[in-house]
Design a protein around this ligand. Structure first.
Ligand code: ADP
Ligand code: MG
Length: 429
């Protein structure tokens, strides 16, 4: 094999965040990683493991507490000046047109305004938005908005293109189309970029795109493995070699010590710092029923995701929530039902609610806390915003909002406490 040229080297990076309580929280530990020219690398890890933080470190948006990000044999500021980032939430300016949003990408490079315009128009064309130059982002679908986000990154002709879960806010079909378009442009060499580094929690997405997958573990975020994918594009997700590799990755990602990681386990942070994904109780119940009745309580995760028609990486998240609630256990790519989980799956709705209630209070520290506060107060009520701001001491606002949304919907189902969102109130009935 031809020797590859290194493009960016991450050396001994460690990073701490300041926790509300004053103590520092280690989010990245001893990250060593080299990105080479002509490759797509996917960093695959759970929500909250530190993927976005690592991406921000590489892009220069945050300076790591320890370690360096450099490009071999290039000037000191090379990395800062040669990377562009695509964000999960598009991050467009609503008051600017599509073209103006793309031109924003060029503002830091001192170039003339007519060149700026022609480069923006080219990038808009390339990404398939010809004719929408003067549209307002609000008029566009999510998929088109993300195309604008991509154009804004590509317009600078970055040597390294960083993408932070760029498709995860899109519906499955849109995601599929956008990913295929992007891959086509990459293969045809039209992207003007030497390397794509993308983070995702979606195993299948990583398998569809990457030449190399870096597995990322949590608590603290660290590299736990690497897998080379030699399959030609476009990849067929039903091909036996694709399925075999997928199984292997599921197994690696759910190895015992990773899943039952110390303290609060699966999710990042400890206790109150756990970021919870919002998953509806209908989906959780459906998953439990399928597992118990169709699989006698034990199944292979990749197979389940195929059968549930959920190839979105969500199956692992669902299983993780159920694992956290001790209704299931994940180990080595398999998910199996616990004795309480079996009672839940076979139980009538009242029985289910009761089990769910007990497990929420016992296993989710944020729920334990809300419940204790309500219990202690004379009027048995407290503002939701108070707990939201407590969560905000441990995690970014977006994560705190999602975590609270999950807590509210699960507590409603369990009839654990009542929620009046318009009055900003939790109360015990
Ligand atoms: P991922 O992208 O893998 O979901 P992140 O890098 O966003 O993970 O976050 C990793 C951990 O660091 C999470 O526990 C998150 O709550 C925490 N975190 C992220 N950003 C901040 C911040 N600015 N301040 C404090 N904690 C943060
Ligand atoms: Mg992230």
């Amino acid at each position: 094999m031809q020797k590859k040229n290194p493009l960016v080297e991450v050396k001994n990076v460690r990073h701490f965040y300041n926790k509300g309580s004053g103590s520092d929280f280690l989010v990245l530990d001893h990250i060593n990683l080299t990105l080479y020219e002509d490759e797509i690398v996917c960093l695959l890890g759970r929500s909250g493991s530190g993927k976005s933080t690592l991406l921000r470190v590489i892009s220069g948006l945050i300076k790591p507490t320890e370690g360096t990000v450099t490009s071999p044999d290039k000037e000191v500021d090379w990395v800062k000046n040669n990377v562009a980032m695509v964000f999960q939430n598009f991050a467009l300016f609503p008051w600017l047109t599509v073209q103006e949003n793309v031109e924003v990408g060029l503002e830091s490079l001192s170039i003339k305004s007519n060149e700026m315009q022609s480069r923006a128009i080219k990038a808009i064309d390339l990404i398939g938005l010809d004719g929408y130059e003067n549209a307002n982002p609000r008029e566009l679908s999510g998929g088109m908005q993300q195309r604008v986000g991509l154009a804004r990154a590509l317009v600078v002709k970055p040597q390294l293109l960083l993408m932070d879960e760029p498709f995860s806010a899109l519906d499955v079909l849109t995601e599929e189309i956008l990913r295929a378009d992007l891959l086509d442009l990459w293969i045809e060499g039209q992207l003007n970029t030497k390397c794509i580094f993308m983070v995702t929690h979606n195993i299948e997405e990583a398998m569809l795109m990457a030449d190399r997958i870096i597995l990322f573990g949590s608590n603290p975020g660290k590299i736990t493995g690497e897998i080379t994918i030699n399959l030609a594009h476009p990849r067929n997700r039903l091909a036996p070699d694709f399925r075999a590799m997928l199984d292997n990755i599921y197994a690696k990602m759910t190895e015992k010590d990773e899943v039952s990681a110390k303290n609060s386990g699966l999710f990042s942070g400890m206790g109150m710092g756990m970021v919870l994904p919002y998953i509806s109780t209908n989906i959780l119940q459906g998953f439990m029923e399928t597992l118990e009745t169709n699989y006698q309580g034990k199944a292979d995760l990749p197979k389940l995701s195929e059968i549930l028609g959920n190839n979105n990486g969500e199956v692992l998240q669902i299983a993780e929530v159920l694992h956290l609630l001790r209704l299931c256990e994940i180990d080595d790519g398999d998910v199996s039902i616990t004795p309480k989980g079996k009672l839940f799956a076979l139980g009538a709705i009242d029985e289910r609610k009761k089990i769910f209630r007990d497990h929420l209070v016992t296993y989710l520290p944020i729920v334990t806390r809300i419940h204790a506060v309500l219990d202690e107060r004379k009027d048995h009520s407290a503002p939701i915003s108070r707990f939201l701001s407590e969560l905000g001491d441990y995690m970014p606002t977006l994560d705190a909002n999602e975590t609270m949304k999950a807590v509210i919907s699960w507590a409603r189902f369990a009839e654990l406490f009542a929620v009046d969102e318009s009055q900003d109130k939790f109360y015990l009935e």
